[in-house]
Design a binder for this molecule. Structure first.
Ligand code: IMP
Ligand code: MG
Length: 177
């Protein structure tokens, strides 16, 4: 598995430190607001699990599953594979994503959820890749800004592989070209 990695971009230790900081910031900002963290599967699963252990306020969690990507290139289409199980009307939502790339997925999700009249919608992302942004969307909470390279690990995949790497690495281009 490691042979597919060109170089380590973010070590497990760096990620752990930054995720703890973001968890503390969200806890301070949302104290008394009882937010719902909405994990966007599957990429969010490791980030969300670690983030939640640094959130020390009353909150709940729910998940959505969407697919927008096949391989390294966006199809541009967003499909909802699993919707929320809680009623989110009047609630503060925090969408938890692995990476904000073109922004098409999150922009679609935000508009999709807005219809249910939540009190607010914020975005917490592990990685932000601003170079490739197409939609007018930004992260309220972002752990790291990353360069325009295809990255895997810590939940992020290439064709469902490499999610189990404990760090974030740049995938060798020959793997996807
Ligand atoms: P967006 O709609 O272009 O912002 O894409 C969001 C989704 O694309 C993320 O949730 C990821 O699943 C996937 N994605 C975008 N860039 C990468 C990457 O560098 N590595 C792995 N997955 C990525
Ligand atoms: Mg993915």
């Amino acid at each position: 598995m490691e042979k597919a990695i060109e170089r380590v971009l973010l070590s497990a230790e760096e990620i752990e430190r930054q995720v703890a900081l973001i968890g503390a910031r969200i806890s301070a900002d949302y104290a008394g607001k009882d937010p719902i963290f909405v994990g966007v599967l599957k990429g969010c699963f490791i980030f969300m699990a670690d983030l939640m252990r640094h959130v020390d306020i009353d909150c709940s969690m729910d998940f959505m599953a969407v697919s927008s990507y096949s391989g390294a290139n966006s199809t541009g289409a967003v499909k909802i594979n699993k919707d929320l199980s809680e009623d989110v009307g009047g609630r503060h939502l925090i969408l938890v994503e692995d990476i904000l790339d073109s922004g098409v997925t999150l922009n679609y999700l935000k508009n999709y959820l807005q219809v249910r009249k939540p009190a607010s919608i914020a975005v917490a992302t592990l990685l932000d890749k601003p170079a490739r942004r197409k939609a007018d969307i930004y992260a309220d909470y972002s752990c790291f800004e990353v360069p325009d390279a295809f990255v895997v690990g810590y939940g992020l995949d290439y064709n469902e592989r490499y999610r189990n790497l404990p760090y974030i690495g740049i995938l060798k281009p020959e793997i996807y070209s």
